[in-house]
Design a binder for this molecule. Structure first.
Ligand code: SF4
Length: 371
C-alpha cells in the first residue's frame, strides 16, 4: 500500500448551526480556537511521517471563521511532519467572512484553492437554509479570491429545498456561471436524522421532493456542461485543469490522512475516525492519548470492492481491476449491463445515468471474491 499524499484537516467552528447540518461542528466555542489548533498540531506531530503531501483539504465547520495565522500553524505542522510537495491547499469558507484582507492572508500562508459555501443566489432560499450571507457576499468573495491570486475558486450549491423554484435554481446556476468560477459542486438537500430540518418536516413542513431534485440535477448538468465545465464526478463540475486533487485521491481509493474532530482517514489498509465530541477530542490529545474512536482494518478484497464502488462516481468511469469482473459475473451485474445502466468499455466501467450511481453502488456492497 502506497503512502498517503493527501490530508484532511477539520475545523469544527461555526457561527451558528444550519438547520440541515449534521457535520461535526461546534457553535459558541470561538474562544477555544487556539486550544483546538494546539491539539490538531499535536495530533499531526504525533503521527508517523508519510510522503510529502500533494493535496490538503481544510474543511469544516467553517475554516474561514478562524485567523489565517491558525491555518499557517496547521500547514507548518504538516510540512514538518510529512513535507509539502507544492500542494493544492483547499479551504472551505462562508461568503460572509471573505473580506479582502482575510483572503489575502489565507493566500499568503499557502491556501491556493478557495471553496465557498455559496448554496444559492436566491435570498429566499438562503434564508430557508438558515444561511447568514447575502447573494452579493458571494460576488465579493469571488472577487477577493481572484485579487488574492487563488489558483482555483469553487462554489458549493444546494438544490431542491422546497422554498426553491425552477426559476430560482436556474438563476442561481446563471449567477455562478457568470462569476466565471473554476469549479462548481452541486448537492441535493438531504434530510439527516436529528437535524432541525428533519424535526420541522416531522411537524408538517414540506419535505424535498425526489423528482424535483432529479430534474434540478439534470438542469445543472446541462447548464454547467454547456458553459464549459467537465462533469467529472456525480456532484462535481470543473473547468479543464481544475478538478479537485484531494477528492480525486479519495475517490481513487488511495490512502489519505485526517486530523481533527470527527475526521475520517484511510492508511495502511485501515479506516479510522476521530471522536466527534469537542471536549473529548481536545482532552484526549492534550493528555497524550489518541483521538481515534474507531479503527477498522479492511482486508485487501474489501479495499478493492470499496475502490470499485467509490469509483463508480467518476464520470470517466472506474478501472475494472479485480472487483469489476467479479461484479459483472453476478446476476445484478449482468442485468445492469443488459439494461444499459452500466457500460463496460475495455478495462473501464461507467454508470451511464449519474442519478443511478447510488443504486448501482448498493448492488456492489458485500460483493464476494471470485472463487
Ligand atoms: S456553516 Fe456548514 S458546517 Fe457550519 S453549520 Fe452550516 S452547513 Fe454545517
Amino acid at each position: 500500500m502506497s503512502e498517503p499524499v493527501a490530508a484532511y484537516l477539520h475545523i469544527p467552528f461555526c457561527d451558528r448551526l444550519c438547520p440541515y447540518c449534521d457535520f461535526a461542528v461546534v457553535t459558541g466555542r470561538g474562544s477555544d480556537t487556539d486550544r483546538y489548533i494546539d491539539a490538531v498540531v499535536s495530533e499531526i506531530l504525533a503521527d508517523r511521517p508519510a510522503a510529502p503531501l500533494r493535496t490538503v483539504f481544510i474543511g469544516g465547520g467553517t475554516p474561514s471563521s478562524i485567523p489565517a495565522s491558525s491555518i499557517e500553524r496547521l500547514l507548518g505542522a504538516l510540512s514538518r511532519q510529512h513535507g509539502l510537495a507544492d500542494p493544492e491547499v483547499t479551504l472551505e469558507s462562508n461568503p460572509e467572512h471573505l473580506a479582502q484582507d482575510l483572503v489575502t492572508s489565507l493566500a499568503s500562508v499557502g491556501v491556493n484553492r478557495l471553496s465557498m459555501g455559496a448554496q444559492s443566489f436566491d435570498p429566499v432560499v438562503l434564508r430557508a437554509l438558515g444561511r447568514r450571507h447575502r447573494p452579493e457576499d458571494i460576488d465579493v468573495g469571488v472577487a477577493a479570491a481572484r485579487a488574492a491570486g487563488m489558483a482555483s475558486v469553487s462554489l458549493d450549491l444546494i438544490f431542491g429545498h422546497p422554498a426553491e423554484t425552477d426559476a430560482s435554481w436556474e438563476a442561481t446556476l446563471e449567477r455562478a456561471i457568470g462569476l466565471d468560477v473554476d469549479h462548481v459542486s452541486t448537492y441535493a438537500l438531504t434530510v439527516e436524522r436529528g437535524t432541525a430540518l428533519s424535526r420541522s418536516i416531522a411537524e408538517g413542513a414540506p419535505a424535498p421532493d425526489d423528482d424535483v431534485q432529479a430534474d434540478r440535477y439534470e438542469v445543472a448538468v446541462d447548464r454547467l456542461g454547456r458553459a464549459g465545465f467537465e462533469h467529472y464526478e456525480v456532484s462535481n463540475h470543473g473547468r479543464p485543469g481544475h478538478r479537485c486533487d484531494y477528492n480525486t485521491e479519495v475517490w481513487a481509493g488511495r490512502p489519505y490522512l485526517a486530523y481533527g474532530l470527527g475526521a475520517h482517514g484511510f492508511r495502511d489498509g485501515t479506516r479510522f475516525r476521530n471522536v466527534r465530541a469537542f471536549d473529548a477530542y481536545v482532552t484526549r490529545v492534550e493528555s497524550g492519548g489518541s483521538p481515534r474512536q474507531g479503527v477498522d482494518p479492511i482486508d485487501p478484497w474489501e479495499q478493492e470492492v470499496d475502490r470499485f464502488m467509490i469509483g463508480l462516481r467518476i464520470r470517466d468511469g472506474v478501472e475494472l481491476g479485480e472487483a469489476g469482473p467479479a461484479f459483472l459475473d453476478t446476476d445484478s451485474g449482468r442485468r445492469l449491463v443488459l439494461r444499459g445502466i452500466l457500460e463496460v468499455d475495455g478495462a473501464m466501467a461507467r454508470v451511464v445515468d449519474p442519478l443511478l450511481t447510488d443504486a448501482v453502488a448498493r448492488e456492489v456492497v458485500g460483493l464476494s471474491p471470485p472463487r
